[in-house]
Design a protein around this ligand. Structure first.
Ligand SMILES: Cc1cc2nc3c(=O)[nH]c(=O)nc-3n(C[C@H](O)[C@H](O)[C@H](O)COP(=O)(O)OP(=O)(O)OC[C@H]3O[C@@H](n4cnc5c(N)ncnc54)[C@H](O)[C@@H]3O)c2cc1C
Length: 459
């Protein structure tokens, strides 16, 4: 499809920026976080408001073009750009209205996690997002949102109280528990299948300061199993993300550890410092730390500055497990070491997130995220240098993932690559899938929003 075939009339009403293949900024505008994604859209529209969103939706529908909807462009599946279609880019929509007394905020979906976290932190307030500041609130919220406040305050969707959505017919609707309640259920985990979210209303949590950040311990089967056991026993205030991987060559880590397997953990205790120190003591007692950077910090500080031009090529898979005992931990260590020797990835390993707490107290059918009772989320990853290396890394991930399976066949949609319909169904087991398909039938019967972890209309 060539740009010239797009009705100019439609574009004339656009208040935002229209970027075409010949424009100087086209290449930068079509670039996404994920490396190896090299797609050439016919048009990129950096929308300014809901009216623009509605116009772009109409344009895509009428021209029969594939539509990529993007907020922070961090889709692991490369869904934030299209070959030959239209990119609806929300990244210029960064308005935020904070009602400090009422403890709510409306945030436009072009904002990133760190931008919202900074704005709220100025008032001692917070919404929990993920572990990376540059992730867009659009994608992370619609898929669920699991981060370092999850055990204390639940998932991002558990703080969502309303949203403005432009549906496939171009209509702007407000959805909450009372207005379009089915749509509100579906967008809390169902991703971008039901419309374009222009802004979200969040309930805000009081988080003046936290105790947390980085802790690196040597990785052995014993230390990993003990870390997970202590993280499971910890109070809800403490959320942890353990990464079993080779130690990066960081200046504040002694050279003897560089390249050796470590538990590179991020922790947040959302409460007062003295209680946090007590909660962290059993984790610190497991083994002497290689580095312990845990300190009282403000929430935005958990998001270190990122390199703008970092676009990793990566293989990965996501799963849930019930336990990481010494046997499982040994498998993780052995497989990672074997892979480092055999395939020389730039980085590889397993990320282990102990779930539970507030996240697990929400009934499984209350939102479209159904994995409330899953205990530990695992992300296996291998980051490599050149596209032709992909098969070796994909094969390792597939074998490793199969070996770690313990029976929970679920998956978290926000960490899926382009893995096929069965894996999307794994994210939405049983009745969740059926209900999502029937809501999709109502709001997007033509499957205009299909460049995503797609739930086809049905029911
Ligand atoms: C480095 C990295 C770290 C991550 N860490 C975490 C983490 O700790 N916790 C976690 O839960 N997830 C995490 N994720 C996963 C992340 O939540 C998803 O990739 C998410 O979809 C990214 O959102 P985005 O807006 O940046 O991406 P985009 O590529 O812009 O959007 C992804 C998809 O979401 C949909 N979408 C986005 N915005 C809108 C909108 N406004 N309206 C309708 N549909 C929309 C579209 O279908 C789009 O294809 C991480 C991802 C990366 C790459």
């Amino acid at each position: 499809m060539r740009t010239e075939t797009i009705p100019q009339l439609r574009l004339q009403g656009i208040k935002g920026k229209v970027i075409r293949p010949n424009d100087a900024e086209y290449d930068a505008a079509r670039t996404v976080f994920r490396g190896g994604v090299d797609k050439h859209p016919a048009l990129i529209v950096r929308v300014a408001d809901a009216g623009d969103v509605s116009r772009v939706i109409a344009l895509a529908r009428e021209a029969g073009l594939e539509l990529a909807v993007r907020s922070g462009a961090h889709s692991s599946a490369g869904h934030s750009v299209t070959e030959g279609g239209i990119v609806l880019d929300l990244s210029a929509m960064k308005g935020i209205e904070i009602d400090v007394a009422g403890r709510t905020a409306w945030a436009e979906t072009g904002l990133t996690a760190v931008e919202v976290t900074k704005a709220l932190s100025a008032h001692g307030l917070a919404v929990g997002f993920g572990d990376t500041g540059s992730v867009g609130i659009g994608g992370i919220t619609l898929g669920g949102g699991i981060g370092l406040l999850t055990r204390k305050f639940g998932m991002t969707i558990d703080s969502l109280i309303a949203a403005d959505i432009v549906t496939a017919d171009g209509e702007l609707v407000r959805t909450d528990a009372n207005e379009h309640p089915d749509l509100f259920w579906a967008i809390r985990g169902g991703g971008g299948n039901f419309g374009v979210a222009t802004r979200f209303k969040y309930r805000l949590n009081a988080v003046p300061q936290v105790l947390g950040w980085m802790l690196i311990q040597p990785a052995t089967a014993e230390t990993i199993a003990a870390f997970i056991a202590e993280a499971e026993k910890a109070p809800d205030e403490l959320t942890t993300i353990a990464n079993v991987m080779p130690c990066p060559p960081m200046p504040f880590v002694a050279e003897e550890h560089h390249g050796k397997l470590v538990n590179f953990a991020f922790v947040v205790y959302a409460g007062d410092t003295a209680s946090g120190e007590r909660a962290l003591a059993p984790i610190r007692a497991i083994t002497p730390a290689i580095t312990d950077q845990i300190k009282p910090i403000s929430l935005p500080e958990i998001y270190p500055p990122e390199e703008g031009e970092y676009h990793p090529l990566a293989a990965g898979t996501n799963m849930f497990v019930d336990r990481v005992d010494r046997g499982v931990a040994k498998t993780i260590i052995d497989r990672t070491e074997e892979h480092m020797r055999a395939a020389s990835p730039q980085m590889a390993g397993a990320q282990l997130r102990v779930l539970g707490g507030a996240m697990a107290r929400v009934p499984a059918d209350a939102t479209a995220f159904a994995h409330r009772s899953s205990r530990i989320m695992v992300n296996l990853f291998s980051i490599y240098g050149a596209p032709e290396e992909a098969p070796a890394h994909d094969a390792w991930i597939a074998k490793f993932g199969a070996e770690l399976q313990q029976g929970d066949k679920g998956a978290y949609v926000n960490f899926l690559d382009d893995e096929g319909v069965e894996r999307v169904q794994a994210a939405y087991p049983g009745k969740t899938w059926d209900r999502l398909a029937s809501i999709k039938q109502r709001y997007d019967p033509g499957n205009l929003f299909r460049l995503n972890q797609n739930i086809p209309p049905g029911g």
